[in-house]
Write a protein that binds this ligand. Structure first.
Ligand code: IPD
Ligand code: CA
Ligand code: CA
Length: 274
């Protein structure tokens, strides 16, 4: 049997190879989106549900990401926003090819590509790429989170006073939350330095990981919106959980996150309105 140190080294080089593949794929997805950005007016936009748009860009980016990963790992499975579940072995890539489609369609330059890898039930790595800023967020479980190769940590604020909080509005099938959400928004506005709604949940979570936001909450997200960002925050020393009862935040999609003290305070502030 290989000595433990050798096993660790080979384990980490496998993870590094998987991460390199994820990065290459995410960049391909982001480049696809950028190629279309100057001609969004010509896109064929379809509505999946109220306020839920999809274009050929989402599909083309997703196809490019999946093809790129498959080239290296032909037996892996996928859970991808536009094409659904593709069965494979116990390695499952969770892909949002364009997180922030509404922004993209308006030429509002806040959108991202999110790619995460789950092995059995464990999230092992995450990549979020912002093609407009060419910023690359990466995380490997147990090895920390990085922005463009430099280690990132969540902020160190002791509570909500002075905090900048990110959020997403309930604006489509999750609008059953609207009244409760508005009460929460008021409470957060009254207690913090400000609230931001950039429009790409994957990127919002990375901003928490990088200390650009102190906390975040949103209802009704999907696993592909949050898988990579969740790992990013945990690896940057922050906390992420479900706001509502459930086995896992990736399943409920009702997210609260933050640096440890802001997370606790935000959770306590939102709880009475649930
Ligand atoms: C959306 C974005 C947005 C969030 C929505 C998501 P999409 O993803 O993450 O910030 O508020 O709930 O669905 O549809 O652009 O991939
Ligand atoms: Ca999304
Ligand atoms: Ca999407």
């Amino acid at each position: 049997m290989a000595p433990l140190s050798a096993t660790r080294t080979s384990g980490s080089s496998i993870m590094q190879a998987l991460l390199n593949t994820a990065v290459k794929a995410a960049r391909k997805g982001g480049d696809t989106a950028l190629r279309y950005l100057s001609r969004v007016a010509d896109l064929d936009v379809r509505s999946k549900a109220r306020n839920e748009f999809v274009t050929q860009v989402d599909h083309a980016a997703e196809a490019a990401i999946i093809a790129s990963i498959r080239e290296r790992y032909p037996h892996h499975g996928f859970l991808a926003e536009e094409s659904g579940a593709h069965p494979g072995d116990e390695f499952v890539w969770i892909v949002d090819p364009l997180d922030g489609t509404t922004n993209f369609l308006h030429g509002f330059p806040v959108f991202s590509v999110s790619v995460a890898l789950r092995i059995r039930d464990q999230l092992e790595l995450g990549v979020v790429y912002d093609p407009c800023r060419q910023e690359l967020f990466t995380a490997i479980r147990g090895a920390g989170a990085q922005l463009d190769g430099r280690r990132i940590r969540v902020g160190s604020r002791p509570g909500l006073d002075g905090a900048l909080i990110g959020t997403g509005f309930p604006y489509r099938s999750n609008d059953e939350w609207l009244d409760r959400y508005l009460a929460m928004l008021r409470a957060v506005m009254e207690q913090t330095a400000g609230v931001r709604r950039p429009g790409s949940a994957a990127l919002d979570l990375c901003y928490v990981a990088a200390g650009r936001l102190d906390g975040f909450w949103e209802f009704g997200l999907q696993a592909w919106d949050i898988a990579a960002g969740t790992l990013m925050i945990r690896e940057a020393g922050g906390l992420v959980a479900s706001l509502t009862p459930g086995p896992d935040v990736l399943e409920t999609g009702n997210v609260v996150a933050g640096s440890p003290k802001v997370y606790e305070a935000l959770r306590a502030l939102l709880a009475p309105h649930l």
